[in-house]
Design a protein around this ligand. Structure first.
Ligand SMILES: [Zn+2]
Length: 562
């Protein structure tokens, strides 16, 4: 019997390790230092790759991690910015994002298509034989484009089913001798009849550090079905960045309750992060607590082992030792020991019950609610649980429940605008208000007397008018200027209310490709695109905001011709 187990175990071990080691090489020729690890908890998603630091610079050579062909090029204002996908003969795809620009051949390939489409934003899927690359070949230069918060390379490895995998599994060696840090521990009661230290609901437990770096807590008195949650990060050597942990395992009296493994997931499940973390706590405290129990409607594949969904059932007459082990990829481990004494406390009090309202949205049904000029449509499964919604109107503001409740799918909010004039309607848009009342444009679809928006955030919404056109400010341009010695033409474009919807620039009537960086409001044209062939040139730049207010800038500049 034991012999069979050994065979089975070694078989599954082989299965797990059946990855092409040393197939992928580092995409940068500098020492690898990370500012982000795989599976790290981010806004509405798990991080799908490694964030490799680029010494606070852009323009570092990005190398093909393995031979293959460029299968996708995507350029977008947001998200990955300029991104390159290389598909390899073994079926895997490596991804390189936030790039500054591509190598000469790829740059020429994509620019041709951007000019044909007359758009900076583009996505193409080149044929397998079109742009082949060799391992170690320079394919691009690192940057800070899209939603990047500073220069770095976002690097991914995806399997044949487009699932991102932890690149560390493929043999990249990055020094990490530090244990994960655990900053907070919480205990949760699972229902109204369970208690922890005489209380019901979520409560923070005091962590007592031990000499060896592990933690314990005071003996807690509990009864009934309970669970725990932690917030933890991992630091690696050579960088102070707070990265994600790789593995969490919990056990009760030596028996595993839950194992969570951050090495692979699929994009279709990544948003369930919001059901994995204590979402309300996150919105209120900006800190992500990972719940070490699986609540209903959480299909995440990162849970590898579970008994009773990670919950504990504390009964009288027994004694309990709960252990949480948190590991980083290198196996450095921090643990918390929680001694639990069963106690059916009679002095318990309840946390405030979820308030009942007349707007009950059931998870399994679509719901529609009306309040004065606004209707709200919530599709089936948009909520993780049946929820009493708080919906009310205060002056012009419609409070559509609380930001602390996560939404998995878009809801639709409709405004009746029949009382407005046509001229007013043109300038109006649906805005989501921040906690301090600042309006943010929510993509507004306009039909005669009804405006709608789709959103995955509860909160306060209202109609706001934007009467001001965008602002265009030349950076290095002046009318009648000689610009022979300039490589770039730069403008700043801004719109302070509804935001910029589109822009278009021409020289002597011909489209020019201007790259837009929303973080710096900069539009940049590269004279090396060789569009300018005349001495005297008429530049025209049109910028339109999200309600259609338009600003046009026109001017003349000169350039020496050959
Ligand atoms: Zn990243």
């Amino acid at each position: 019997m034991r012999f069979i187990w050994i065979i089975l175990l070694s078989f599954s071990f082989l299965q797990a390790q059946n990855l092409p080691e040393n197939y992928f090489k580092s995409p940068l020729d500098i020492p690898l230092v990370l500012s982000g690890t795989f599976g790290e908890l981010r806004g509405n998603h798990f991080h799908s790759g490694l964030d490799i630091k680029t010494q606070q610079r852009t323009g570092l050579k990005v190398l093909a991690s393995a031979s293959g062909y460029v299968s996708r090029i995507k350029i977008s204002h947001w998200g990955y910015g300029k991104a390159l996908y290389v598909t390899h003969p073994n079926g895997y795809t490596s991804v390189y994002a936030h790039l500054n620009h591509f190598n000469k051949e790829i740059e020429a390939y994509i620019k041709k298509r951007q000019y044909a489409k007359e758009s900076f934003e583009i996505e193409v899927f080149p044929e397998a034989n079109r742009l082949q690359v060799k391992q170690g070949e320079v394919i691009a230069y690192s940057g800070n484009t899209g939603g990047s918060g500073g220069p770095h390379l976002h690097f991914e490895i995806r399997d044949g089913k487009s699932r991102p995998m932890n690149p560390m599994l493929f043999g990249f060696d990055i020094k990490d001798t530090y244990k994960p840090e655990i900053s907070d521990l919480f205990a949760y009661t699972a229902n109204d009849t369970s208690y922890i230290n005489g209380k019901n609901g979520r409560q923070k437990l005091r962590l007592i550090p031990l000499e060896n770096g592990d933690y314990t807590t005071e003996n807690i008195k509990a009864y009934g079905k309970i669970g725990f949650g932690i917030s933890s990060i991992d630091k690696l050597n050579y960088a102070p960045n707070k990265n994600g942990v790789n593995h969490i395992q919990t056990s009760l009296n030596g028996n595993t309750c839950l194992a969570v493994d951050f090495n692979k997931f699929s994009f279709s499940e990544t948003r369930y992060l919001n059901q994995y973390i204590d979402y309300e706590y996150y919105i209120e405290n900006k800190s992500r607590v990972q719940k070490l129990f699986i609540e209903p409607n959480n299909p995440l594949s990162i849970f590898k082992e579970n008994k009773d969904n990670g919950y504990l059932e504390i009964k009288e007459g027994l004694s309990y030792n709960y252990l949480i082990k948190v590991k980083d990829f290198k196996g450095n481990t921090s643990s918390i020991r929680v001694p639990i004494t069963p106690k059916k406390d009679s002095s318990y009090y309840f946390s405030p019950q979820k308030k009942q309202t007349s707007y009950l949205a059931k998870r399994n049904h679509a719901s529609v609610f009306d309040i004065e000029d606004v209707d709200i449509y919530i599709p089936k499964n948009a909520l993780y649980e049946d929820t009493y919604l708080a919906i009310k109107k205060e002056e012009e503001n419609y409070q559509i429940h609380h930001r602390t409740t996560p939404l998995h799918y878009n809801i639709t909010i409709g405004f009746d605008v029949s009382q407005y004039t046509e001229a007013d309607k043109e300038k109006l848009f649906i805005a989501r208000l921040s906690d301090w009342g600042k309006p943010y444009y929510s993509r507004t679809y306009k039909k005669a007397n009804r405006f709608t928006t789709k959103t995955r955030s509860f909160g306060t919404y209202k109609l706001v008018a934007d009467n001001a056109p965008p602002l265009i400010t030349p950076v290095n341009f002046r009318n009648k200027k000689w610009m022979s010695n300039y490589r770039y033409l730069k403008f700043k474009i801004e719109d302070d209310l509804s935001g910029i919807q589109s822009y278009r620039a021409t020289i002597n009537g011909k489209f020019i490709l201007m790259e837009y960086d929303y973080k710096t409001d900069l539009l940049t044209f590269d004279f090396n695109d060789n569009i300018v062939t005349e001495t005297e040139n008429n530049l025209k730049l049109i910028v339109i905001d999200n309600v259609g207010n338009t600003t046009t800038f026109e001017g003349t500049f000169y350039r020496k011709t050959k």
